[in-house]
Design a binder for this molecule. Structure first.
Ligand code: TRP
Ligand code: SF4
Length: 407
């Protein structure tokens, strides 16, 4: 645990779409690579989720998964601090998915905006399937299995984290009253140690007997500031402050990634489906060529026409890659037509090529030795399964699914 003095967890996943591009990097990966040094992080390839829309032809899945994993490593995910794994290799996701499906009302699923949107968007596919409707339940299982505090996602996934919170609330409401809860909570209170134990007891009493809300808040702060508690004990102590139920599956919070606009080479949002991407491991020659021909402000037809960086997708890339001085040089030079577009693009080209060169270098050892990737994943899966099993154990117990222990 040395790398993570904080016990708070972060979890996120991506569907395997194959080779990643700069949009994926600036929209998610770069943020993941930073989070891994602040929290205990779990990152996984959501290959079962890929099946919800791509069930007809699954031949690309292994390659897409492998390519994406190499790109993650190239982008700086560090398997010695993060747990990197593949969903379908952790069957616990399927079990929790099944159990959560029992308590999820159909109406909640039909109301998730991505449900109708995607059906309309992917009209050539038959998405009137059980699996597709259940997409958010599977995602909820992915998340709740690890009891993370935070789930870093883009705007498009916020609704899925929201339904995860609803499902967890419903679960805790239905099954949160484990019979041995009070006893375990009392043990955890004793474990706080002398002064903290009696402070906790006093605050709990004040809240429960007099409804003293500031006391509840102080109690929560007391628990939350204790970094030595296990996740389970922290949840127990928080639940016990208020009553006698526990949140077996704590509500996670979406961590909305502040994502810059990443335009593709045609000026539209960079996206695989538009064919306008710059790949994380593309050759420098290809990158230079793509950037040199990238769409600019359409008003700048001739070199002598002034342009407007605010209407130019190239400038959106400058905002990501260039310092303030370079950006003002672009602003002034473009508006006065004192620089040409190629000239404007040059510092950008240098930076993008350098960034991609770093990724290509990091990727090389994994490309040359696919066993390295396999080992990282199998170690990650083991670690993930350990965490997942601990949750499932509590879930099963809470739902009285321990027939072996009950007779
Ligand atoms: N639905 C996510 C996407 O399309 C991928 C995903 C699956 C995910 N399970 C998750 C993201 C759990 C965060 C947490 O991008
Ligand atoms: Fe865009 Fe730069 Fe050309 Fe202006 S000079 S239109 S910002 S590429």
């Amino acid at each position: 645990m040395s790398a993570h003095p904080q016990t708070k967890r972060v979890l996120s996943g991506m569907r395997p779409t194959g080779l990643l591009h700069l949009g994926n990097y600036h929209g998610a990966l770069k943020n993941w690579a930073e989070l891994q040094y602040q929290y205990e992080c779990f990152f996984f390839v959501a290959d079962w989720h890929a099946l919800t829309t791509g069930y007809e032809d699954t031949t690309d899945l292994p390659r897409f998964t492998h390519d994406m994993l190499v790109d993650w490593l190239a982008a700086g995910l560090n398997p010695t601090v993060s747990t990197i794994f593949v969903q379908s290799l952790v069957p616990e996701h399927a079990e929790l998915h099944l159990l959560l499906s029992m308590i999820t009302p159909l109406g909640w699923l039909e109301r998730v905006p991505t449900y109708k949107d995607q059906q309309a968007e992917l009209a050539d596919k038959d998405l009137t399937t059980y699996g597709f409707l259940g997409y958010p339940v599977l995602q909820s299982a992915d998340i709740l299995l690890y009891r993370p505090a935070f789930v870093p996602v883009g705007e498009d996934q916020v609704a899925h984290v929201e339904i995860t919170r609803e499902i967890s609330r419903r679960f805790n409401h239905l099954y949160g009253r484990a019979p041995d809860f009070a006893e375990k909570a009392e043990n955890a209170v004793a474990g706080l140690g002398g002064r903290h134990s009696s402070m906790y007891r006093q605050l709990r009493k004040k809240y429960q007997e007099d409804g003293d809300v500031p006391a509840l808040e102080k109690g929560r702060a007391l628990v939350e500031s204790n970094t030595r508690l296990t996740v389970a004990d922290r949840e127990r102590l928080l639940g016990y402050l208020e009553g006698s139920s526990v949140s077996i599956l704590p509500e996670p919070q979406a961590l909305l990634t502040a994502t810059p606009k990443v335009p593709g080479v045609d000026g539209r949002k960079m996206s695989k489906s538009y064919g306008n991407t710059i790949g994380l491991r593309e050759s420098p020659d290809a990158v230079v060529k793509k950037l040199k021909t990238m769409t600019t402000d359409p008003a700048r037809v001739r070199r002598t026409d002034p342009g407007d960086p605010d209407k130019c997708p190239v400038f959106d890339l400058h905002k990501i890659y260039s310092d303030a001085a370079t950006q003002s040089w672009v602003q002034a030079g473009c508006r006065s037509a004192s620089i040409g577009c190629l000239e404007c693009k040059q510092p950008l080209i240098d930076r993008v090529v350098a960034e991609i060169e770093g990724m290509r270098q990091r990727a090389r050892e994994f490309e040359e030795n696919p066993d390295l990737v396999r080992n990282i994943v199998s170690e990650g899966c083991e670690k993930a399964r350990e965490a997942a099993r601990a949750t499932l154990d509590e879930v099963r117990r809470a739902m009285h699914l321990r027939p072996d222990r009950q007779v």
